[in-house]
Design a protein around this ligand. Structure first.
Ligand SMILES: [Zn+2]
Length: 896
């Protein structure tokens, strides 16, 4: 069916230019050296640049090709070539470019522009955040600072001089090392920074203002001393100690695991409260959203502590995978993001709890990337085309990209993978590279043919692996048959078979591991764990010398980003849950059992049958609580139910109400059946006097304790328990405060408002904690949630111009609270459309992120489809829609 209304509207929108990977050409010109001069003022800023330009000897255009620079929202004041001012006849200025018609082979280009950072609410380029100046240049923000060849394959050494009022901006920062400074008349001062490492414009940064400073130092593996500086807004110094520890941990880890040493004399981190992203890896001057930098026991939860550590590690690791070696073009984004996510995930596995870290990453992949890969915005890890690159900072490029790097390590083995990484750093240091070049080093070192493996970068969609078994008692053989398929995705109707590494083991019925011997095994002696290379559409593996029918433990550690079907019996899953040596698969087996119960409950709900939960799962959970793994962190994951979002992925048509009813019912049943055990566990782990310590063991204890509290508080008689924990923890321990408040937040009980009010009164001066307060209310299961969210948009604590506030309130509601967002009459959709259109007026990047829940409209039943689609069409009818939002909405409405 074609929608005529849509067609006529689409024709009136601004045509959006599609960029194709196949059109890549090397730059016509190279910028060897760039000198920048910023004069920061209260009304406007003057930016002067002096660039050493030469024609690229490898350029595919002729010697007469003009120099075309990108630039947006700039007021051009002067252009000169070799000190000669150009007249307007020598160049052409458009909304997004400056073209110089006749230029020599080598020359010095000087440009002067005026910009207005104070009016920049898109938070891209140079902007004001409170009393500070700050930049965000990835991916295309540098062109909002001055005219430039704003592409990642133009690498230059930068010298930056910043001039500003000394009283208002005592601290002036840019990339590299500070080399000179001085004072000027009128209370102004200047500082010059020199970055010896060549970099593209997207890694440029500037920060100016008055900050609190936390200093430390780090001695690198070669004995050099690096000054470490964390700049935070006034009053937040005490909340940045955890970040400082994290920096040192990350620097040590990268030396030990990848042989990477830090290269400048100084490494700076700055926290900003107005920031679109989580953080940005600008060379030597990383800028963080305060959310990813600040943490102290009374203000941050365990999860915040872990998150801060992982983001700091991520940005630090970029210094080599992203900065020293960057991407050639934005289609190769995963060469820096997928790889760096893989590195930070490995860091978190090594420094916190290995299995729990993996479980969380896999959960995130399943609830974010899998739906993306199955929807209208599905794209490969290396996309073939884009309209707005801002829209491709996706879970696919980041998280699936990380899984692809992880698979390479699984296939090559840790040792060869490290050798390949060493070669990668050696071969490409100082260059802008492609994914192909990355895969090539893996091939060169391992001597493996990775031709088929490359499909992971070019083919979208989540492969489905169906596994069947056959045991032959007479021959003592056990055959596993693997069959793979991959669903069609936009632009890719048919798929080729992929190279899927399946890490596995076999258990006997009492849970002991069996030795593996099979035809084609690379080793002659039996092993306990193997990585099978599944490469054909259908492939058989025959295991020998097995006296019993084994239980397979497949896809250990989630060794490939796929969906897998194997028809386990319930007792087999129970054995894996209790005994598998692979801790990830223990958790996975438990999830599978819960999933089965939940799917039965969903069907019963849909058929209007009474809901009933058998005793098997509670018996299993009971034994886990009594004698499960020592690791309480892991145990808390094993006793958590799959999320609503995860369950949604299992259904052909998402039935929001049935999913919610089934999950709530099962949780309540488990709360009742194990009531005394939850209470016992809670009491054994709860000590309101104990000071907070950030250790893996104590995190595990708090997690399990707060999980027990969650089940207990599903029963009305336990409200006081939660209230008591809340009151005792409120100014001491944010993990326990939130643990209790999260439960109170779902109740229709006066204690809820009481606690929320007290929380706000206590913490209203701390924006990040107010964000938690907003997010909690937006994710409440109560029926009045939408009207409360609307009311909160008018609360003084809310600010649509601050991305963190938007993510906390509107994002939590639309992305986390499925049940309330998908209200049957579509009120949630109307609310989101209104928010998106308001945001789009000044911050298209954030608006495009917010519109995503509507984009998945096809997954719902007819009525909700209609209601969601209606809002998408209204968005498209808006006269001044940004290209960011337009791209996503148009793609989601396109015929399949
Ligand atoms: Zn990154």
């Amino acid at each position: 069916m074609k929608d005529t209304k849509l067609e006529t509207r689409a024709a009136e929108l601004t045509p959006v230019k599609t960029v194709y990977l196949r059109d890549y050409r090397v730059p016509d010109f190279l910028f060897d050296q760039v000198e920048l001069n910023f004069d920061l003022g209260e009304e406007e800023t003057i930016v002067k640049s002096r660039i050493h330009v030469r024609r690229n000897p490898e350029a595919q255009t002729g010697a007469a090709a003009p120099l075309v620079l990108q630039g947006e929202e700039l007021a051009l004041e002067a252009v000169a070539i070799n000190q000669q001012q150009l007249s307007p006849a020598d160049y052409q200025v458009t909304d997004d470019s400056l073209t110089l018609f006749k230029v020599p082979e080598h020359f010095e280009l000087q440009i002067q522009v005026r910009i207005k950072p104070q009016e920049n609410k898109a938070l891209s380029g140079l902007y004001r955040s409170g009393e500070h100046f700050c930049t965000q240049c990835e991916s295309q923000g540098f062109r909002r600072i001055t005219y430039f060849l704003d592409r990642p394959d133009v690498l230059s050494s930068f010298t930056t001089t910043i001039t500003a009022s000394e009283a208002r901006y005592p601290i002036l920062l840019s990339n590299g090392n500070p080399v000179a400074s001085g004072k000027l008349a009128g209370g102004r001062h200047w500082v010059r920074w020199e970055d010896p490492f060549k970099k593209p414009g997207y890694l440029f940064a500037l920060v100016a203002g008055d900050f609190d400073l936390l200093e430390d130092q780090f001695k690198t593996c070669s004995g050099r001393t690096v000054a470490l500086r964390i700049y935070v807004e006034k009053g937040y110094r005490e909340q940045s100690h955890h970040a400082m520890q994290a920096v040192k941990k990350a620097m040590t880890w990268d030396e030990e695991n990848y042989g990477r040493e830090y290269d400048l004399d100084i490494y700076m981190l700055v926290g900003m409260s107005d920031f679109n992203m989580g953080a940005m890896e600008n060379k030597g001057l990383n800028i963080f959203n305060t959310k990813t930098l600040l943490a102290s026991p009374e203000t941050a939860t365990d999860d915040d502590f872990i998150y801060v550590e992982s983001v700091i590690a991520h940005e630090y690791f970029h210094n080599w995978t992203g900065n020293r070696i960057t991407c050639r073009d934005w289609f190769q984004l995963s060469i820096k993001e997928g790889l760096t996510i893989f590195r930070d995930q490995s860091f978190t596995e090594d420094t916190t709890a290995k299995t729990v870290a993996r479980i969380r990453d896999v959960n995130a992949l399943r609830v974010r990337q899998f739906p993306e890969d199955a929807g209208p915005l599905a794209h490969s890890v290396r996309p073939e085309s884009y309209e707005r690159i801002d829209n491709f900072y996706t879970s696919t490029v980041y998280n699936k990209g990380a899984e692809v790097a992880r698979m390479l390590r699984t296939i090559l083995g840790a040792q060869q993978f490290r050798q390949a990484m060493d070669l990668y750093f050696k071969r490409y240091d100082g260059q802008a590279v492609t994914i192909e070049e990355f895969v090539k080093v893996m091939e060169d070192v391992s001597q493996l043919d990775l031709t088929q493996f490359r499909l992971w970068y070019s083919q979208a969609g989540t492969p489905l692996l169906t596994v069947n078994e056959a045991y032959d008692a007479h021959q003592k053989t056990y055959t596993l048959t693997f069959e793979q398929t991959c669903p069609p995705s936009p632009g890719q109707p048919t798929k080729k078979p992929m190279f899927i590494p399946v890490k596995m083991g076999l258990l006997n019925p009492s849970g002991q591991e069996l030795p593996l011997e099979w035809e084609g095994s690379p080793v002659s002696t039996p092993v306990k764990e193997a990585v099978l290379h599944i490469q054909k559409p259908k492939q058989e593996v025959v295991f020998k010398n097995l006296d019993v029918h084994p239980i397979p433990s497949l896809l250990r550690g989630f060794s490939a980003p796929i969906k897998m079907n194997f028809d386990y019996s319930d007792p087999a899953l129970a054995t894996l849950f209790q005994s598998d040596t692979d801790q990830f698969n223990r958790w996975e087996a438990g999830q599978k059992l819960s999933e089965r119960c939940l799917l039965r409950l969903i069907t019963a709900y849909q058929q209007k049958q009474p809901l009933h939960l058998s005793d098997e799962i509670s018996t299993l959970w009971e034994s886990a609580l009594r004698q499960g793994p020592e690791d309480k962190f892991l145990l808390s994951q094993m006793l958590s139910l799959p999320s609503e979002r995860y369950l949604a992925e299992l259904l052909p048509v998402i039935d929001v109400d049935a999913i919610h009813a089934a999950r709530e019912f099962m949780a309540l049943e488990l709360a009742k059946k194990l009531n005394s055990l939850w209470l016992q566990t809670y009491q054994a782990l709860h000590d309101p006097q104990a000071p907070y310590r950030y250790t893996v063991e104590e995190i595990g204890q708090r997690q399990l304790k707060n999980l027990s509290l969650y089940y207990l508080m599903l029963l009305p008689e336990q409200v006081d328990l939660g209230l008591a924990q809340f009151t005792a923890a409120l100014t001491q321990n944010m993990t326990d405060t939130i643990g209790a408040l999260r439960c109170l937040n779902n109740l229709d009980h006066p204690a809820r408002q009481l606690a929320l009010d007290q929380f706000y009164t206590t913490w209203q001066q701390q924006p990040l904690i107010v964000d938690k307060w907003l997010a909690l209310q937006a994710s409440s299961k109560r029926a009045s949630t939408l009207s409360e969210v609307k009311k909160l948009t008018r609360h003084p604590a809310f600010d649509l111009k601050n991305p963190n506030k938007v993510y906390s309130l509107i994002g939590s509601f639309a992305q986390q609270n499925m049940h309330r967002f998908h209200a049957p009459q579509g009120e949630g959709y109307v609310f989101l459309r209104e928010c998106v259109l308001q945001l789009d007026q000044f911050n298209p990047i954030v608006a495009a992120r917010m519109v995503k829940p509507l984009v998945e409209w096809r997954r719902y039943e007819a009525k909700r489809q209609y209601l969601m689609r209606e809002q998408l069409e209204l968005i498209l009818q808006h006269p001044k829609l940004s290209q960011d939002v337009q791209e996503l909405v148009t793609k989601s409405l396109q015929e399949e």
